[in-house]
Design a protein. Structure first.
Length: 150
């Protein structure tokens, strides 16, 4: 696969209302399909830290891109296209979550995955949640996925 993550020290952390259009530019359709099938890559819009409205406790929210529903009432229409996100390897996503381990435990929080439609990247999520729970990055009972289909 030719897909590569942009060279940067950190993933975007900011408001889920940051407007992002074609963050990674032109990504080959076969690369996107391969990333979705393998689950080794996720497409992230941004991370939000310190939210108390996206699940129990104080949360870290990962906003994924990609959504087929196009709801009229959507708060995040810039997350509809996968290419509006940053491609991130599963190992890097786990590193980011692990950075917040202590704070999530102290504030009885966890990791929430939102978007877009997170279940479009279900293979990536299946790889993200079990390892992050086993490695103690987030409390085992606190991961959440918010979805229009759930």
């Amino acid at each position: 696969m030719k897909l590569t993550a942009p060279a940067q020290d950190a993933l975007p952390i900011g408001s889920p209302f940051d407007f992002r259009i074609s963050k990674v530019g032109k990504v080959d359709e076969t690369d996107i399909q391969s990333a979705l099938e393998s689950g080794e890559w996720g497409f992230f819009h941004s991370f939000t830290t310190g939210t108390a409205v996206d699940g129990p406790g104080v949360r870290l929210v990962a906003w994924l891109t990609g959504c087929q529903f196009r709801c009229a009432f959507c708060h995040n229409p810039d997350t509809w296209k996968l290419t509006n996100g940053t491609p991130v390897r599963i190992e890097r996503a786990l590193e980011v979550v692990k950075q917040y381990k202590h704070g999530l435990q102290v504030m009885k929080g966890g990791l929430t995955i939102s978007g877009g439609e997170p279940l479009m990247q279900y293979r990536f999520l299946a790889k993200l949640f079990p390892p992050s729970s086993r490695r103690g990055s987030i409390p085992r009972w606190k991961p959440m996925v918010t979805s229009a289909t759930a």
